[in-house]
Design a binder for this molecule. Structure first.
Ligand code: PYC
Length: 318
């Protein structure tokens, strides 16, 4: 029997399960190397922690590890129902709130090592968490996906700590009542893009008009394992900021309020790193709520000990 101690939170509705102890030993390499070890040697743990019956397709896990970068206080590897993520914005907000709940963190700054770079988090007195994410940029503008059954869909491919395709939702309502149709549509977009020379794209983001007073836009975000993000997606908002910056539609330091499909929101802004490559330093601000502390029990005699895989495992890009 193996015991894994976790703290669960949600950030704008999107869950994060922080593994405090009992996770696998991934060695002491750089975080990208430890993410590889996790993916290749301990995939059963990933599935046991986030998949049913202990979790669900929407659960994002966060494995706390010692940092490799000397200027970081801790390291985190994020993962979901199908594999390992590069970074996770809502997850970082959840990790900070959970560590504060556990008494391991006071308000103030924290530098976190991740497989795709260091991020700076700051816990404010009011409970909000600010995340200065990894450098983000738009890779390709006006990419057209030929989506079977729907026709051409044009959008941008951008990096915000994960890879995104970002497109206007057109006349599609970005509403919870439309989640099934939005999921099917964005899944087809992703499959089309992957087949049409964009294998890196594993998140698809659609935008429409906001409902929330003061918000600039509302989004629907399809995650790699076919679950939709209940939050406005921190890495997705970072990718959006990179596109807005590249198009000159948002100025450095100006605030962008991104509403998600359940009505929660992140505030975002950016600083230019390099105009010539369109690289920005995005910051997002959000809030998480701790919802449970528990111990996961892994009994190898349980036929579903290692989780039920309802979605195909994501193949790593090599
Ligand atoms: O907030 O960056 C994020 C995120 C990625 C996948 C789910 N949430």
């Amino acid at each position: 029997m193996r015991n894994i101690r976790v703290i669960d939170s949600h950030t704008g509705g999107e869950p994060t399960r922080l593994v405090m102890s009992g996770g696998p030993d991934l060695g002491d390499g750089e975080l990208s190397e430890r993410a590889r070890v996790f993916r290749e040697n301990f995939d059963a743990y990933r599935s046991a922690i986030v998949n049913e019956p202990r979790g669900s397709d929407v659960m994002v896990g966060a494995l706390l590890v010692p940092p490799s970068r000397p200027d970081c206080q801790l390291g985190v590897i994020f993962f979901n129902n199908v594999g390992v993520l590069g970074m996770c914005g809502h997850g970082t907000v959840g990790v900070v709130a959970s560590l504060a709940h556990a008494g391991q963190l006071k308000t103030g700054a924290l530098r976190i090592d991740t497989p795709v770079g260091a991020v700076d988090a700051r816990l404010h007195d009011n409970g909000e968490v600010e995340v200065a994410n990894v450098p983000s940029y738009r890779k390709s503008r006006a990419v057209t996906a030929d989506v079977p059954g729907h026709g051409p869909v044009t959008g941008d491919v951008a990096w915000g700590g994960n890879w995104f395709f970002l497109a206007d939702g057109g006349d599609r309502a970005i509403e919870l009542s439309q989640v099934d149709a939005l999921t099917e549509f964005t899944w087809r977009i992703r499959q089309a893009l992957n087949a049409q020379g964009h294998p890196e794209v594993d998140h698809v983001e659609l935008f429409g008009p906001p409902r929330l007073a003061g918000a600039d836009s509302r989004n629907f975000v399809l995650c790699p394992g076919k679950a939709y993000d209940r939050s406005p997606c921190g890495t997705g908002t970072s990718a959006k900021l990179a596109c807005l910056a590249a198009d000159g539609k948002l100025a450095e330091g100006e605030e962008w309020v991104q509403e998600g499909i359940v009505g929660s929101h992140f505030r975002g802004r950016f600083r230019w790193i390099d105009h010539s490559t369109g690289t920005i330093a995005p910051t997002i601000v959000g809030r998480a709520w701790v919802i449970s502390e528990s111990t996961l029990l892994l009994d190898p005699a349980d036929p579903y000990c290692w989780g039920i895989r309802t979605q195909e495992r994501r193949k790593p890009l090599e």
